[in-house]
Write a protein that binds this ligand. Structure first.
Ligand code: DSN
Length: 411
């Protein structure tokens, strides 16, 4: 018997969500549609097995098949990221937050000083926010962007590093629309003898697709979730130089996790195979083209963008010149079938629950086959709804009809 017969309540909720996803413009930059093959692996019998340990060294029996699954995911991750021979891969992190905590647990002692990007300037909770375990456990000092340019100022970061002498420098962001210069971070770290960690969760698909530089030639450790621009399962991976492998493995298991989720690890294997294709490279290129087109169109409609534009998959809109907060605009646009999120902008005078910005991106709409022309249409709807909230439900219907022409993968 299927879910529909056995548990119609859950079945119907899944159908409702499927319908919602099909009918809206999904612009949250950290969300994406996975392929039906990724979803098939996620929903497979691999969910059953407990496999504490690593391939060939498990605590329970019956792991011959899942050892092959994990080794395949590792091998394909190596290939997708073109990892040097002396790099190690761990595919067991349950998701983004555990993966970063595991790196800190492996390489730092409580109280150690770490330099990372401020959450309010586009960083991440696990990069030492005061409300997060990381901010309570380690001495995080934050760098941010320059108010005038909205961009990282590497000279300032160097000065700060020189002053606080961090044991680790973290880079990576959730709301930074510009290219991150990993080489410059490495040069700073070398001057102060710090370990380098790049959290590439947002841009991993762009890196694998060849449209954003990779930190791997310069960095010691790289973490990434696998579901954003990579389009895979909700999971995390840690890539590191071999000299950190033992510490990282021990921190993941038994340090912070129990049995790995083999269904998610199989889905990582499927994702990495997809990511290695020419079609994926074209997809990554199109994400950026679309984002630039969307940014230009929004500017054309009089919107201010933090840093004046974008180099990657996301845009940070600054609504301070509009009569609306980010919170109000996000809610209103949701009513119009345009789904994005409210976001702090650097130096925001408002609060995180009702900030001045909107964060939006093109990873998911590009998965539906939308191109630059469609980005112009999306920008015009955003502008029209913000100018006249009363048209939200009319726009929702137009968006629904528009979306029908662009079927989303995996739905
Ligand atoms: N919540 C994710 C994002 O939206 O960027 C990061 O963890």
């Amino acid at each position: 018997m299927g879910l529909k017969q056995k548990d119609p309540q859950v079945y119907n909720l899944i159908q409702k969500e499927r319908k919602r996803l099909a009918e809206v413009l999904e612009l949250i930059p950290s969300e994406n549609y996975s392929s039906s093959e990724v979803l098939e692996a996620l929903g497979s019998v691999l969910n059953v097995k407990y496999a504490e340990g690593y391939p060939g060294k498990r605590y329970y029996e019956g792991n011959a098949v899942v050892d092959e699954v994990e080794n395949l995911a590792i091998e394909r991750t190596r290939e997708a990221f073109e990892l040097p021979i002396d790099w190690h891969v761990n595919v067991q992190p349950y998701s983004g937050s555990p993966m970063n905590l595991e790196v800190y647990f492996a390489l730092l002692e409580p109280g150690d000083t770490v330099l990372a990007m401020d959450l309010a300037h586009g960083g991440h909770l696990t990069h030492g926010s005061k409300v997060n375990f990381t901010g309570r456990t380690y001495n995080f000092i934050h760098y941010g962007v320059k108010e005038l340019t909205g961009r990282l100022d590497y000279m300032e970061i160097l000065k700060l590093a020189d002053r606080v002498k961090p044991k680790m420098i973290v880079c990576g962001a959730t709301a930074y629309p510009r290219e991150i210069e990993f080489k410059k971070f490495k040069e700073i770290a070398e001057k102060v003898n710090a370990i380098t960690l790049a959290d590439i969760s947002h841009i991993a698909g762009l890196i694998v697709g060849g449209v954003h530089p990779s930190p791997i030639p310069f960095f010691d450790v790289v973490t990434s979730t696998t579901h954003k621009t990579l389009r895979g399962p909700r999971a995390g991976i840690i890539l590191c130089k071999d000299k950190f492998a033992t510490a990282i493995n021990k921190a993941v298991f038994p340090g912070m996790q129990g049995g790995p989720h083999l269904n998610a690890i199989a889905a990582i294997a499927v994702t990495m195979k997809e990511a290695k294709t020419k079609a994926f490279a074209k997809y990554a290129e199109q994400i950026v083209k679309n984002c630039k087109a969307l940014a230009e169109a929004l500017i054309g409609f009089g919107f201010k963008l933090v840093s004046g534009g974008t180099d990657n998959h996301l845009i940070l809109m600054d609504l301070t010149n509009k009569n609306m907060s980010g919170g109000e605009a996000a809610k209103l646009l949701d009513k119009a079938g345009i789904v994005l999120n409210k976001n702090m902008i650097p130096f925001d005078r408002r609060t995180p629950m009702d900030p001045s910005g909107l964060r939006l991106g093109t990873a998911a709409v590009t998965s539906r086959g939308m191109k630059q022309k469609e980005m112009g249409k999306i920008a015009s709807w955003i502008a029209a709804v913000i100018a006249d909230p009363s048209i939200a439900s009319k726009v929702k219907e137009e968006v629904r009809r528009f979306c029908k022409k662009f079927p989303a993968p995996g739905l």
